[in-house]
Ligand binder design. Structure first.
Ligand SMILES: *Cc1c(COP(=O)(O)O)cnc(C)c1O
Length: 384
């Protein structure tokens, strides 16, 4: 028998309350019962997104709503600014290019934050830019981009600000309305503590005005279709919704409302800090720069002489702990410890212990317990 621990930044562990709620018998979606559920989920999502805007729900992975932000806001040949300092920023570029959008790419090394001043400079030089795309929490690198400052810049231009907060929501502050973030998105298998399959996106008035002029084709992912159904006197969805996932989401939202958003973010900050202190105490180096580290995932450089791929494999096969490896050019060079969503202190302690044992087994000089000790200290100094 081996117990499994999933320490990845998506999919993330799902609480039993959420799992069990999805096991109940199916019910029809054109019913008062579903409407009531949808209304409650809407209210909950508005709280989690910190917005008064409608939050549209689609049955897709996160990439579905990334694509929806392109097809609903833009027309062929439109000009946009896309910031990229990681794999998901690159994906935003690729989706835009797929639809024939003229992309001004602001590219940064993967261990650097996006510089908001660069966005301002490009907006001044290109007054015809229709949208600015940025990832708040780059899951590939753990880098946190300053979308608050970016929002304060973009609000003075015609361009709409689109934020991929797929591992930001529920882990770090993301004040949609206060920070002037026009479009904000997340996926169910990240901070929402849900299985994969749902994606949520909020749309501001400025973004709706842009959407009215958009000529790119869309059908299933039409924001307007979704919003029209949601704004009916008995709110619904245009197509068959993923009923059981929405049931699960309402349970997850209840858990999040009970804990409170401030505490959720504080918990993530403490777990992230303990993880960082733990790996640094082991003599390992953090990947993300000090000026931009998120709370969702901690990427760590694989130490000299250690095979990164093997480390991840042994951790899983011998101890049942799944962490993520590096992506693209960082494959084998970093590993990533996820702590996004349904995580608590002993998930971190367990993972650090596992990493210490595997590193030791692989010949890396380490005194067992060093990382755990540093993490325990953080937990004792920051009660949750
Ligand atoms: C997970 C993730 C996505 C979406 O990926 P899917 O596999 O389509 O759900 C997009 N952006 C970021 C930052 C992510 O972490």
């Amino acid at each position: 028998m081996r117990k499994e621990y999933m320490m990845t930044p998506g999919p993330t562990p799902v609480p039993s309350e959420v799992l069990l709620s999805q096991a109940r018998p199916m019910f029809h979606h054109r019913t008062p019962r579903f409407t009531e559920l949808l209304v409650a989920v809407q209210e909950g999502l508005k709280y989690i997104f910190q917005t008064k805007n409608d939050v549209l729900i689609f049955a897709s992975s996160g990439t579905g709503v990334m694509e929806s932000s392109v097809v609903n806001l833009l027309s062929p040949g439109d000009k946009v600014i896309c910031c990229s300092n990681g794999k998901f920023g690159d994906r935003l570029v690729k989706i835009n290019e797929t639809y024939g959008i003229n992309v001004i790419k602001l590219e940064y090394p993967w261990d650097k934050v996006v510089n908001p001043e660069d966005i301002k400079r490009e907006l001044d030089a290109n007054p015809d830019v229709k949208a600015v795309f940025v990832v708040q929490s780059e899951t590939s690198t753990g880098v946190l981009n300053d979308v608050k400052t970016i929002g304060s810049i973009v609000k003075d231009y015609d361009a709409v600000l689109v934020v991929d907060s797929i591992t930001g929501i529920g882990a770090v502050e993301c004040r949609t309305d206060e920070w002037n973030l026009d479009v904000v998105m997340t996926g169910s298998q990240k901070g929402l503590m849900m299985p994969p399959g749902l994606a949520c996106i909020s749309v501001s008035d400025k973004a709706w005005a842009a959407a009215e002029k958009s000529k790119l084709p869309k059908f299933y992912f039409s924001w307007k279709k979704s919003a029209d159904s949601l704004r009916k006197s008995d709110p619904t969805t245009p197509f068959t919704p993923a009923v059981s996932l929405i049931v699960g989401l309402s349970e997850a939202i209840k858990l999040m409302q009970d804990e409170g958003l401030d505490h959720i973010i504080k918990r993530h900050a403490v777990l992230a800090e303990a993880t960082r202190q733990g790996v640094e105490a082991m003599g390992l180096k953090l990947f993300a720069p000090a000026e931009g580290r998120g709370n969702a995932v901690t990427p760590v450089w694989v130490p000299e002489g250690v095979d990164g791929g093997k480390l991840v494999k042994i951790l899983k096969s011998e101890y049942g702990i799944t962490i993520a490896g590096g992506q693209d050019h960082l494959k084998g060079r970093i590993f990533r410890i996820g702590h996004l969503g349904y995580f608590d202190r002993f998930d971190i302690i367990t993972t650090l212990a596992g990493i210490e044992m595997v590193l030791s087994e692989m010949g890396y000089p380490i005194t067992l317990g060093t990382g755990m000790q540093a993490a325990e200290k953080v937990f004792m100094e920051n009660p949750l």
